[in-house]
Design a protein around this ligand. Structure first.
Ligand SMILES: *Cc1c(COP(=O)(O)O)cnc(C)c1O
Length: 372
């Protein structure tokens, strides 16, 4: 597929250009599959596929052999499921909220049951529908977020009627420190997971996220749940070869000006030009994922030139210093890079004082999107 030109972009009416490399996404998925084999890899596509389009992403992963898709909310599952083939499983991480049981059962969406109360309602739904209903049971191994405690696991295991009608696909848990490489907290969580496994012998385990997938066998179980690594983020500090970049984010030059010495730039006049400078307004702001903490610190790139962000990032535009660029190197409509070969996702995240996840999920809906 051809890349959009500056002139073409100007007619789209969009904030910028978001290019998503589905082939790279598929290679990242394949790499994870190869790494965790014989465990299988799901695709975590919550938050609209980390901002990249859940249905496009899931479809690409499906073609690469993925059959298990995790979202956070039931509404996300309802949107995604009809766009997938029938043999795809859609799981809801945040659990079974009251009132959706019948709809969830009818649609065949699979809840992650995070509490005894959710188990009770799913069991009742199974009785009502007179058939077994699939679920994942989540247990807390050291994050204190979602999932049941060991005593609750023991209670379930000691009275099989508590789980009657529930087809337990996996027991699962989530790692708190998987991005930090091999560490004690991960090890402790793996030990706790082994105890849950002893309580439910023979039930397949789903444990690792992206980071955990690269940490070693005891984190993998039968089904790993990578998200960020699919999208090109760094899964864990100990990984040498980075994942392939999937995302390119570009804004366009919409105005240029000579800013005289002493002129204030942007909201709150946080920057005053020390000398005459050439500046440009770029068509992206914090509503497009140019995180506001990049005010006066981040940069865009063009032909290898670093173009620093000047002043506060606005909602819909950002001012950059183009003084270093050879005159005539940019014109109105010229696309400048925010994330891409000159400035990888992780670097932007670091400069913004955040994580790649937040950059991606802040992308928003205003871009011209092209999938390649
Ligand atoms: C978001 C999430 C994942 C994916 O995490 P990554 O770090 O993006 O790989 C896996 N499991 C659970 C429970 C999650 O909430």
């Amino acid at each position: 597929m051809d890349m959009i030109s500056s002139k073409e972009w100007q007619r789209t009416g969009t904030s910028g250009v978001l290019t998503i490399d589905l082939a790279a996404l598929r290679r990242n998925y394949r790499r994870i599959c190869d790494t965790v084999f014989p465990a299988r890899a799901a695709g975590v596509v919550k938050a609209d596929g980390y901002g990249l389009g859940a249905s496009r992403v899931a479809q690409a992963l499906y073609e690469e052999g993925c059959r298990d898709f995790f979202v956070a909310h039931y509404g996300e599952a309802v949107q995604l499921q009809p766009r997938l083939q029938r043999d795809a499983n859609v799981y809801v991480l945040n659990g079974l909220q009251p009132g959706i049981e019948a709809d969830c059962a009818t649609r065949g969406i699979i809840p992650v049951l995070n509490s005894l109360e959710q188990v009770t309602r799913w069991r009742a739904a199974a009785a009502l529908h007179q058939r077994r209903l699939p679920a994942i049971l989540q247990f807390d191994t050291g994050m204190s977020r979602l999932g049941m405690a060991q005593v609750e696991a023991e209670a379930l295991a000691s009275d099989p009627t508590l789980l009657s009608g529930i087809d337990i696909r996996y027991i699962m848990s989530h790692l708190a420190c998987a991005d930090e490489g091999e560490d004690e907290h991960n090890a402790a969580q793996a030990e706790q997971m082994a105890r849950f496994s002893d309580i439910f012998p023979g039930v397949p385990v789903s444990f690792a996220n992206s980071g955990g997938s690269f940490l070693g066998e005891r984190y993998r179980g039968a089904l790993v749940r990578p998200g960020i690594a699919l999208y090109g983020g760094r899964p864990t500090d100990s990984l040498e070869r980075p994942m392939e970049p999937v995302v390119k984010i570009e804004g366009a030059i919409i105005q240029t000006r000579l800013v005289p010495a002493g002129a204030a730039v942007g909201y709150s006049a946080t920057y005053v030009a020390p000398e005459e400078k050439r500046m440009a307004a770029v068509s992206l702001g914090y509503a497009d994922g140019i995180i506001r903490s990049l005010s006066n610190r981040g940069a865009f790139f063009h032909r290898g030139y670093r173009l620093p962000i000047i002043g506060r990032v606005s909602m819909d535009s950002t001012i950059i210093d183009i003084s270093d660029l050879p005159e005539g190197d940019i014109e109105l409509g010229t696309l400048v890079e925010f994330v891409g070969p000159s400035q990888p996702l992780e670097q932007v995240a670091e400069e913004a004082g955040t994580i790649s996840y937040e950059i991606l999920t802040s992308i928003g809906q205003r871009y011209h999107r092209q999938y390649i």
